[in-house]
Design a protein around this ligand. Structure first.
Ligand code: SF4
Length: 439
C-alpha cells in the first residue's frame, strides 16, 4: 500500500511565484507530501498561477480542463489553484470547475496545509482573504531547503505603484517590507547550510524599508546581507527605475559580492507612453540611471521588460523604444504585447492599433534583441569569466553556473565543485548560453 502522498506543483509566471511555490512545497513536506514530476501519479495537484497577462489565465483554464480526466480516474485526487488568478477569481473558480477542490490566494499561502487536510476529508473551499500588514509581517515565510547553493530570499511583498496596466497591487496587495533582522537571520541560516548565493526578491526591492520607520533602506540591507560570512554572491530583483537611488547604484562599486547584473524594467522608451503607463520616470531619467550604473560597475549587464503596442503607442513611440534598447545595450529582455487586464485603468484607454500590428512590433523588437543578445554573448568568447557552479546540467555530463552578469554557462566540471566560484574560459557563445572549459 502506498504510504507517502505525492504532490505535483506547476508554477506559472514570475520569480515571486517560484519563491511562493518553494514555500508551499516546504509546508506540505511537513505534512507528509513528497514531490512528483508526474501529474498522473499525484495525490495533490497545485497550480500556482499568475495573471499579469490574459494569456496566462487562458493557459490555466485549459490546464484545468485537462485535469478533469485525471480526477475521473482518481476520485481522491485533490486539485488546488493558488496565486494571482486564484486571488482574483476566488470562489468563482470552484463554480466554474466543479472538480476543483481548493482555491487559495496570495496572502493565504499559510493556510494551504490546513486546507489540504480539509480537502482530504472531502471539503471544497476557497480562502482568498487579504491580511493586514501586521499579520503579513509575522507570516513572511522561508523557502524550501531544496539543497541548492543559490536561493531566493523574500524581502518584501505587494506593490503600491499602480502602474496603469498592472494587476499586481490588486492581487498581491499593498507593499510590505519584511523585518531586516529576520532577513539577515535567514541568510545566515542559509549560509550555514552551504548556500553561497542569495537573490533578494520583491515586487519593487528599491523601495524596501522606506515606509517602515526605523527600518534599513535597501542599500543598507544589501551591505548587511553581503557581510554575512559564507555568502559569496548577492543578487536582487525586481527594481523599479523610479526608485533607483544614488546609494543603490553606489553599492555596485562598493560591494564586490554584489553581482554585476540588474533587471530594470523600462516598459517603453517613449515619454508619452511612460506617462500613460504612470510609471513615474522619463526616458532621460532611465538612461541617466543606466549611465550611472555603468560608471559604478563598467561590466554590468542590464536586462529589462518591454511592452509593445500599449494603447496609443505610435510608430514614433515604438521607434523610441527600439532606440533606447540600442542605447542601453540590454543583455536580455522580456517582451510582451500589451495585454488588457479589465481591472486596470489602461483597460479604458482608447486603442486603435490592430492586434496584428502590435504583434508585428513585438516581432521587430524581439528580432533586435536577439541580435543584441547574441552579439553580447559572443563578446565573451575567449574571455575568462568567474561562475558559480550550481549543479549538474541537463546537457550530458556537464555542469551549469552563471556569471556575475547572469549569463548561463555550461562546462565540464567535477561534482565537488558545486557551490564553488571558479574561473572558466568561454569557448563558444550561443543565443541562450555560453560554453566553457575549466582552464
Ligand atoms: S511597479 Fe507597476 S508593473 Fe511593477 S508590480 Fe507594481 S504596479 Fe505592477
Amino acid at each position: 500500500m502506498k504510504n507517502e502522498k505525492l504532490l505535483y506543483l506547476e508554477t506559472f509566471g514570475c520569480q515571486m511565484n517560484v519563491s511562493d511555490s518553494e514555500k508551499i512545497i516546504s509546508m506540505l513536506k511537513e505534512v507528509g507530501y513528497q514531490q512528483t514530476e508526474t501529474p498522473s501519479a499525484a495525490d495533490l495537484i497545485i497550480l500556482n498561477t499568475c495573471c499579469i497577462r490574459a494569456k496566462a489565465e487562458q493557459k490555466l483554464y485549459s490546464y484545468l480542463g485537462r485535469l478533469k480526466g485525471l480526477k475521473k480516474q482518481n476520485k481522491r485526487l485533490i486539485i488546488a489553484v493558488g496565486g494571482c488568478i486564484a486571488q482574483q477569481e476566488g470562489r468563482r473558480l470552484l463554480g466554474r470547475f466543479p472538480y476543483l477542490d481548493m482555491v487559495f490566494g496570495t496572502h493565504t499561502l499559510f493556510s494551504v496545509p490546513e486546507m489540504v487536510r480539509a480537502a482530504e476529508q472531502g471539503e471544497r473551499m476557497a480562502n482568498v482573504d487579504f491580511l493586514d500588514n501586521e499579520a503579513r509581517l509575522d507570516l513572511f515565510p522561508k523557502g524550501e531547503d531544496n539543497g541548492s547553493v543559490s536561493r531566493f530570499v523574500t524581502i518584501m511583498q505587494g506593490c503600491d505603484n499602480f502602474c496603469s496596466y498592472c494587476v499586481v497591487p490588486y492581487v498581491r496587495g499593498r507593499e510590505v517590507s519584511r523585518r531586516s533582522g529576520e532577513i539577515i537571520d535567514e541568510v545566515r541560516q542559509l549560509a550555514e547550510k552551504g548556500v553561497v548565493e542569495v537573490t533578494l526578491i520583491g515586487q519593487n526591492v528599491n523601495s524596501y524599508g522606506l515606509k517602515t520607520p526605523g527600518e534599513l533602506d535597501f542599500p543598507a540591507l544589501l551591505h548587511e546581507v553581503a557581510a554575512v560570512e559564507g555568502i559569496k554572491r548577492v543578487r536582487f530583483t525586481t527594481s523599479h527605475p523610479k526608485d533607483i537611488s544614488d546609494s543603490l547604484i553606489a553599492c555596485f562599486a562598493e560591494l564586490p559580492k554584489l553581482c554585476g547584473h540588474i533587471h530594470l524594467p523600462a516598459q517603453s522608451g517613449s515619454d508619452a507612453v511612460l506617462a500613460r503607463m504612470e510609471r513615474g520616470y522619463s526616458r532621460e531619467h532611465y538612461l541617466k540611471s543606466i549611465a550611472n550604473l555603468k560608471r559604478a560597475r563598467p561590466d554590468i549587464l542590464i536586462t529589462g521588460d518591454m511592452i509593445a503596442g500599449f494603447p496609443g503607442e505610435s510608430e514614433e513611440d515604438f521607434q523610441q523604444t527600439l532606440s533606447m534598447m540600442e542605447e542601453v545595450e540590454y543583455a536580455d529582455l522580456f517582451s510582451f504585447v500589451f495585454s488588457v487586464r479589465s481591472e486596470t485603468k489602461a483597460a479604458g484607454f482608447p486603442d486603435d492599433l490592430p492586434y496584428q500590428a502590435k504583434l508585428e512590433r513585438l516581432d521587430r523588437l524581439q528580432g533586435l534583441q536577439r541580435q543584441m543578445t547574441l552579439k553580447r554573448n559572443r563578446s565573451f568568447a575567449g574571455t575568462f569569466q568567474e561562475i558559480l557552479i550550481e549543479g549538474k546540467s541537463r546537457r550530458g555530463e556537464q555542469f551549469y553556473g552563471r556569471t556575475g552578469g547572469n549569463r548561463m554557462v555550461h562546462c565540464p566540471a567535477d561534482p565537488f565543485l558545486v557551490g564553488s566560484l571558479v574561473t572558466v574560459r568561454i569557448t563558444k557563445a550561443e543565443q541562450n548560453y555560453l560554453q566553457a572549459l575549466l582552464p
